[in-house]
Write a protein that binds this ligand. Structure first.
Ligand code: ATP
Ligand code: MG
Length: 391
């Protein structure tokens, strides 16, 4: 198998480290993805050289996490993260090692990694270092902890959720022993920061098989320790590439409980998106969307709300494909395209500025999108006088 083109910088870095008399390998998720012949987002390099030794080999480096042994090398094109082989000592808080020790021995470094598929190394010449039969597990589509599973989850409780997340992303099952250990240790998820849990769950939402992860969450009883309900039945049809859509659907199937977003430390931007989608969903379900809704909601919001109705087996008055057409058929695409402004209204009346101004503009927008009046200044002037006399 040839290395992907994007690995050129990494293999150049490895060659330079080897020429300086140390070892270096591609490690972690990139090796797994390479074996699967899948594109990998980032390539990590592990080396026997100490961080200071790595810095001495290259001219342009940044210490991004020197305590953890990571140096960013900029010499060879793409920035490459180079991390010194390390072991991790006791984990008294179930999430972070009490100290990291740099070592010169690759197997020591591979042993501390979470799953067999993530614990392989790849030499520059294409030879795999696969001490825990990661390739065999990948062939069998199983996620298996490296070493004694119970101990590994005891050390770092996030690994439980990582196993479940990988099951959704790769459509793999969790090996029995590994799964039993998760079941036993679910309670220790409480030691993990919600921000980190949120990242893993976001990856579940956008995975090809999110239902698989939700089943595992239920079977393991992890849902007892996480905010919200995880009910696989609700997710059978769900599919998205957008994590925000996942969070919106999670709130929807939890009785529209948007406080879950705060519980999982989602951003304000996420909250805005979710509120809009739920609002559009309610309108669709109740009175159906009016012209003004097609104007005020963005296409993505409308489409997402429509998908939710489909996934919830709620009948809809229009088809998914009609949404975009309905939006484009509007006489204006945005509020700002209205042919008049507040200034015009003030010129046409002796009234002083006040809240009525916004109301009148809003009414003008509704009249225009409903086709009651053309988006034309003169016609809107006539409309305004009539509107003003009534009001
Ligand atoms: P992704 O595709 O999500 O990036 P990845 O396997 O590359 O998957 P990273 O979080 O980028 O995951 O971690 C890189 C590597 O570091 C992993 O492949 C694994 O070897 C190791 N690793 C990461 N997190 C842990 C952990 N919590 N415990 C043990 N090893 C870990
Ligand atoms: Mg990675």
């Amino acid at each position: 198998m040839k290395f992907p083109k994007q690995w050129q910088s990494a293999t150049d870095v490895i060659t330079k480290i080897e020429n300086a008399g140390y070892e270096a390998f591609i490690v972690g998720g990139a090796v797994r993805d390479y074996y699967l012949q899948k594109d990998s987002s980032d390539v990590d390099v592990a080396t026997s050289a100490l961080p200071q030794e790595v810095q001495a080999i290259f001219t342009q480096t940044v210490d991004v996490g020197i305590d953890h042994g990571t140096v960013l090398v900029l010499d060879c094109g793409e920035p490459i993260e180079v991390t010194t082989y390390r072991t991790e000592s006791t984990y008294s808080d179930h999430r972070r090692p009490d100290e990291v020790n740099f070592v010169r021995d690759l197997p020591e470094d591979l042993k501390r990694r979470d799953f067999t598929m993530n614990a392989m190394a790849l030499r520059n010449n294409g030879v795999f270092i696969d001490l825990f039969n990661g390739r065999q597990d990948i062939d069998a589509k199983v996620i298996r902890a490296v070493g004694i599973a119970a101990e590994r989850f005891q050390e770092d409780a996030l690994r439980m959720l990582r196993a479940i997340r990988f099951s959704a992303q790769m459509d793999f099952s969790i090996e029995e022993n590994t799964f039993n250990a998760i079941q036993e240790h679910v309670a220790s998820i409480k030691f993990i920061a919600m921000e980190r849990i949120q990242v893993e769950i976001s990856k579940i939402w956008t995975a090809p098989n999110p239902v698989r992860a939700i089943h595992y969450i239920q079977w393991a009883g992890l849902d007892n320790y996480l905010p919200g309900e995880f009910d696989a039945i609700e997710w059978e049809q769900f599919q998205t590439a957008n994590r925000q859509v996942g969070w919106a659907y999670f709130c929807l199937v939890n009785g529209q409980d948007v406080s879950l977003l705060s519980a999982y430390r989602c951003s304000n931007k996420d909250k805005q998106f979710v509120k809009q989608v739920l609002h559009a969903y309610d309108k669709l379900q109740n009175e159906g969307w009016q012209q003004i809704d097609y104007l005020l909601f963005e296409l993505e919001i409308l489409q997402t709300a429509h998908q939710f109705a489909t996934w919830q087996y709620v009948p809809t008055p229009i088809s998914f494909d009609q949404i975009e057409k309905a939006k484009h058929a509007l006489p204006i695409q945005h509020k700002s395209e209205l042919a008049i402004s507040g200034k015009d209204l003030l010129q046409w009346t002796s009234q002083k500025a006040g809240p009525w101004l916004q109301d009148a503009l809003q009414a003008a927008i509704v009249a225009v999108v409903n086709g009651q009046i053309k988006n034309d200044k003169e016609q809107l002037k006539g409309w305004f006088h009539a509107f003003n006399n009534e009001g």
